[in-house]
Design a binder for this molecule. Structure first.
Ligand SMILES: NC(=O)C1=CN([C@@H]2O[C@H](COP(=O)(O)OP(=O)(O)OC[C@H]3O[C@@H](n4cnc5c(N)ncnc54)[C@H](OP(=O)(O)O)[C@@H]3O)[C@@H](O)[C@H]2O)C=CC1
Ligand SMILES: O=C1OC[C@@H](O)[C@H](O)[C@H]1O
Length: 353
């Protein structure tokens, strides 16, 4: 893009030398221009005290987002924080309140929302080409059994780091369901908590290995539509269709991966009868999102959003509003309640460390 530009100004790490290793590995060895100018901080406190830092990207384990984002906002920094935004909805609400009090920008880093596929999916659904939307299913299963699951201290399974598939993988299928099934409120009002029926299996550390949730999405015309969210750490979603949105005249398939889909296909029929008969569709189109410009993985689009919001003096993104972040955490709280997954008080608390 040419309307905004970014500079990785500084990197902060908890340990001496770790920021340097990070910059050497991901910037210098990759030949990123300006890598030698990146400032290195060997503590988060030192990074927060750096007056040249305009916005901080928080990429620590979920358990630490509340404390880290709180510290960054308190230090007067704008923040982009990785998913899952916090351990629970109360922490998310507290951070939203703090950002508003400090008049700072805050956004959850759900990069998927900013990728070209997401806009295309919504464009197809809004066009009415698959008719009235009747249901959606979205899945992200990543088999970590040979890697993370063998190590109880790994963030993916460690309860002290808010491990489990829901908080780690769940934001992506949730995003697909949300994009497809959630009516956009015309005001800034919060979305009501949908009805949910959920089930969890647990790993040897007690966090969720596999989670399935059926979620009700009420529609403006009074209908209620089901969305099914599936995540798992011990099976693998095949590299084909990862989510599907079904209408009464056709369907849209989203192709691997749920977090950065590489393609979309829709098929639609003229009448419900022709759809049911499974004959040749009247319309059929597919879209490929590979290759990506410059070979990027997709963070750039959300970074552009942050830059545009800061340029325009916005404290919140219209594409990833804070009310949607709070809703996701409320939905996850309810799923965890039904699955009886409670994290240690030290990471669920609103108390500051
Ligand atoms: N958008 C996407 O596609 C992806 C998003 N994520 C999200 O990014 C976040 C980080 O994930 P990932 O990079 O895999 O996590 P890591 O376990 O690699 O941790 C990232 C950094 O957090 C700090 N950290 C690690 N462990 C601890 C700890 N016990 N206590 C405090 N800080 C710790 C370390 O930084 P240091 O020691 O240098 O301070 C570490 O380098 C998560 O929220 C995850 O969901 C992850 C992967 C992809
Ligand atoms: O955000 C993510 O996307 C891809 C997954 O493999 C990873 O565990 C997760 O954090």
């Amino acid at each position: 893009v040419s309307d905004v530009a970014h500079e990785v100004y500084a990197v902060g790490s908890r340990g001496e030398g770790k920021a340097k290793t990070f910059v050497d590995t991901y910037y210098k060895e990759a030949g990123v221009a300006g890598a030698e100018k990146v400032k290195l901080h060997s503590s988060y406190e030192s990074l927060l005290a750096d007056e040249g830092v305009q916005a901080i990207y928080v990429g620590t384990p979920h358990s630490h987002h509340y404390q880290n984002v709180h510290a960054a906002l308190s230090a007067g920094k704008n923040v982009l924080c990785e998913k899952a935004f916090t351990a629970n909805a109360d922490q998310a609400k507290a951070l939203v309140a703090l950002a508003r009090e400090k008049n700072l920008f805050l956004m959850e880093a759900v990069w998927t929302r900013f990728q070209p596929f997401a806009y295309k999916l919504q464009e197809i659904l809004r066009s009415g080409v698959i008719g009235e939307i009747r249901s959606a299913q979205a899945e992200l299963n990543v088999d970590f059994t040979k890697t993370a699951k063998a190590d109880p201290s790994h963030r993916l399974v460690n309860p002290d780091l808010c491990g489990g598939s829901l908080l780690d993988l769940g934001p992506y299928p949730w995003t697909q369901l949300f994009l497809a099934l959630m009516p956009e409120p015309s005001t800034g009002a919060a979305h009501p908590l949908p009805k949910i029926a959920a089930s969890m299996t647990k790993t040897f550390t007690g966090v969720d290995c596999s989670t399935i949730a059926v979620i009700q999405f009420p529609q403006p015309d009074g209908r209620v539509v089901h969305g099914t969210l599936t995540t798992s750490q011990d099976s693998q979603t095949p590299h084909g269709r990862v989510s599907v949105v079904q209408g009464n005249l056709g369907y849209v398939e989203v192709q691997w991966a749920t977090y950065r889909p590489e393609g979309l296909v829709y098929k639609s029929w003229k009448t419900e009868e022709e759809y049911a008969e499974g004959g040749k569709p009247e319309k059929e189109e597919s879209f490929s999102f590979v290759p990506r410009p410059g070979g990027i993985w997709g963070f750039a689009w959300e970074a552009d959003e942050v830059a545009r919001c800061l340029r325009d003096g916005k404290k919140e993104s219209e594409r990833m509003p804070l009310r949607d972040t709070v809703l996701m955490m409320e939905v996850f709280d309810e799923i965890r309640k039904q699955g009886e997954l409670v994290y240690p008080e030290a990471v669920e608390t609103l108390e500051l460390a």
